[in-house]
Design a protein around this ligand. Structure first.
Ligand code: RIB
Length: 304
């Protein structure tokens, strides 16, 4: 196994709206989508579609009809579901998503089975022969920290997407990560400063490097990204120009792409371009896991 993703799987219920709802207002949606989501599942789908080697997805669904349908969707997208456990007495995770006419989104997650992991996290076996391991924060913090430690002990590079950002406990998570990939909101939650330009993002990335991770990548969506490493390496990378219609799972595709690129031994700047291409392409389609691009599309955008 070269890549392991430990994380969430949700049934996404997505409504398209002209503008985000305000309190007390009832409005008509312009569209509806039901599909496979969850930051972990989206990252696992991205890694599976982009990687040349095997990808392991370690996650939990509830003992309900949604769980059966999520498992079938993962199977349909080629994800190995051998480590997808069913948590008795829990519902499957659900995400309620609004996407507005400017392609921005808001997401509310009901964790369900994703939050039912014990503090030991998944078995050590899940990280055997793992080169790169991916984590996010839709699973309990203690289980996630335990899993990150197991991945590190197995010799893997540990990538943490600190999303959704938590109001406490972040330092313990950062201490276990080799690489973190916050967006501007998560960077603000970690540093107290919301970067609005690539120059500001670079400053934030440099300051976050002192909190544990060897590499910090601050993603600013269509503006591009800034990265900083403890060894002094760092810089900014412009985004790929695409016609974005839905930004859901763009960050997840980025992380899946980054894991694949690093597992193939690409240098960091090339890996970041590969990941950026994957993230950009995900915005050109509606939905979450369904919007994740494949290798041919990413290689095509990189060679344009
Ligand atoms: O990052 C997008 C994902 O966040 C959605 O698929 C939703 O399920 C939430 O986990």
């Amino acid at each position: 196994m070269s890549i392991t993703v430990f994380g969430s799987v949700n049934l996404d219920l997505t409504v398209s709206v002209d503008r985000m709802p305000e309190p007390g207002v009832t409005s008509h949606a312009t569209g509806f989508l039901k599909g496979l989501g969850g930051k972990g599942a989206n990252q696992a789908v991205a890694a599976t579609k982009l990687a040349k080697g095997p990808v392991r997805f370690v996650a939990a669904v509830g003992a309900d009809a949604f769980g059966d349908s999520l498992r079938a969707s993962l199977d349909g997208l080629g994800v190995d579901t051998s480590d997808l456990v069913t948590m008795p007495e829990h519902d499957s995770g659900i995400a309620l998503i609004h996407v507005d006419a400017t392609s921005q989104n808001t997401i509310t997650v009901v964790g369900g089975a994703n939050m039912a992991w014990s503090s030991e996290g998944p078995d050590d076996r899940c990280f055997e022969s793992c080169k790169v391991a991916l984590f996010q924060l839709e699973t309990p913090q203690d289980a996630t920290i335990a899993a990150m430690r197991k991945a590190r002990a197995a010799g893997a590079t540990v990538i943490l997407d600190p999303a959704p950002i938590a109001s406490s406990g972040m330092d313990a998570l950062l201490a276990e990560a080799d690489i973190i990939t916050p967006n501007e909101t998560e960077a603000a939650g970690l540093s107290g400063i919301k970067p609005t330009s690539l120059e500001e993002a670079l400053d934030v990335a440099r300051s976050l490097c002192s909190r544990g991770p060897g590499t910090v990548i601050v993603k600013l969506g269509s503006k591009g990204l800034a990265y900083a490493c403890k060894d002094g390496q760092g810089g900014v990378i412009a985004s790929f120009k695409v016609d974005a219609i839905d930004t859901v799972a763009a960050g997840d595709s980025f992380n899946g792409g980054l894991a694949v690129a690093l597992s193939e031994g690409m240098p960091l700047d090339a890996a970041l371009r590969f990941a950026s291409a994957a993230g950009a392409l995900a915005t050109t389609k509606k939905g979450a896991s369904e919007a994740v691009p494949d290798r041919t599309a990413v290689d095509g955008l990189l060679s344009d």
